[in-house]
Design a protein around this ligand. Structure first.
Ligand SMILES: *Cc1c(COP(=O)(O)O)cnc(C)c1O
Length: 385
């Protein structure tokens, strides 16, 4: 059994992939080739965003978005500690400081009420809220909301706060391509939205890749420039400090082949998730994923809360014994990571994230998981919970 079965997917589209790669080998435009433009246009249309820029990874997509806002030392970016390190790392790489805000225990996404409380604390109006050690020397500039496990954050509430405070809002949609929020697609919910094409994400290529989406042409131009060494009018006219953040043409060709079946795969993911939730519903000690009204998850992960750390260990051990893969996303919230030690956060600063890290686990999740595989998985969980 596979945690993510990319081989089953490849079997369906192998011919299309071969044809598209052969086309790239023939035209030879390996960097910024015509496939890049095609995949940008198709995905911008798909998510309902005016512009898209393909780039080297989801991490770089976040860095490019922050660069478009000129983020650097002295700037602070609000985000959640219950995410992949890249979300906060992007801010730190530019010399800025991530400011963590705890999550909602049901959605695992940033809690808008706590977001407001942290902003108030920054202004000195709210003691008893955890802030980074150097907060007095920082200026809050924006928010990176994360759509964890494929479920969109609460954008109505978050964008209201962003507007009120004059902050930019970046959507970390690395896990949510294909998801929806109140009639809008994930990847269209921030001023800039960033996704990842890492192979195991809902829409993945066969290497690293990412994309930034925006309706703002100036931001698009800035991100393109930053992704090509700060180019100005021509390749050797460099107007800002940028990086090599381009997307390979061959990877764009692979994505185009995967796009043909993506909508169908998103529907298959709904079916798999619904089946899991039905099979698991009778196990009262477990908390199954919650999808609020008007949301559609891309189901990057199907994640469950055990009732305790001990129960999780028992379940994961039993699954392993039966050769069933599982994973823990994330075993440590970012405030507990050594790399973020200088921020000075303590254990207990983000109780919901810390509690979820102790109890959460994820089951195999991909469009080609069969009902009989799911029954085997759930049976092992049932007798061990
Ligand atoms: C995967 C991921 C990223 C980073 O994407 P890469 O393409 O691996 O650089 C960023 N944020 C979140 C939430 C992710 O899951």
């Amino acid at each position: 059994m596979q945690f993510v079965d990319l081989a089953a997917q490849q079997k369906r589209i192998k011919e299309n992939i071969d044809t598209r790669i052969a086309k790239v080998l023939k035209h030879g435009k390996y960097i910024l080739g015509p496939e890049n433009k095609e995949v940008e246009e198709k995905l911008a249309a798909y998510v309902g965003s005016k512009y898209a820029l393909a780039c080297s990874s989801g991490t770089d997509a976040l860095v490019l978005a922050l660069m478009a806002y000129g983020i650097g030392p002295g700037d602070a970016i609000l985000t959640t500690p219950f995410t992949f390190i890249a979300t906060a790392e992007a801010a730190s790489l530019l010399g800025a400081t991530p400011v963590f805000v705890d999550i909602d225990s049901k959605t695992f996404n940033v809690d808008p009420i706590k977001l407001g409380e942290t902003i108030a604390a920054f202004k000195g109006h709210n003691k008893g809220v955890a802030l980074p050690a150097n907060h007095a020397s920082l200026t809050l500039k924006g928010i990176i909301a994360v759509d964890l496990f494929g479920l969109c954050a609460d954008y109505n509430s978050i964008s209201k706060i962003a507007e009120r405070e004059n902050f930019f809002l970046i959507e970390d949609a690395a896990q949510s391509m294909g998801g929806e929020y109140k009639g809008k697609k994930a990847c269209s919910l921030g001023d800039i939205s960033c996704t990842s094409f890492f192979p195991a994400k809902p829409l993945g290529c066969y290497g690293d890749g990412g994309m930034c989406f925006t309706d703002d042409k100036d931001k698009l131009d800035l991100m393109f420039s930053a992704s090509t060494h700060g180019t100005g009018k021509s390749q050797y006219d460099n107007v800002i400090i940028g990086m090599n953040g381009r997307f390979d043409t061959i990877q764009a060709a692979i994505l185009l082949a995967k796009l043909d079946i993506f909508e169908e795969e998103i529907e298959l993911r709904q079916k798999v998730a619904t089946m899991y939730s039905r099979l698991l519903a009778g196990i009262r000690s477990l908390t199954i994923p919650y999808v609020p009204e008007g949301y559609k998850s891309a189901w990057a992960q199907y994640s469950i809360l055990a009732e305790s750390n001990e129960q999780r260990s028992k379940i994961l051990g039993a699954l392993q014994e039966k050769g069933i893969p599982s994973a823990v996303y994330y075993p440590k919230p970012l405030n507990r990571q050594v790399a973020f030690g200088p921020l000075g956060y303590k254990l207990g600063d983000f109780p919901v994230s810390e509690d979820c890290s102790d109890r959460i686990f994820s089951l195999p999740m991909h469009p080609y998981l069969t009902e009989s595989e799911q029954r085997i998985i759930v049976d092992v969980i049932r007798i061990n919970s």
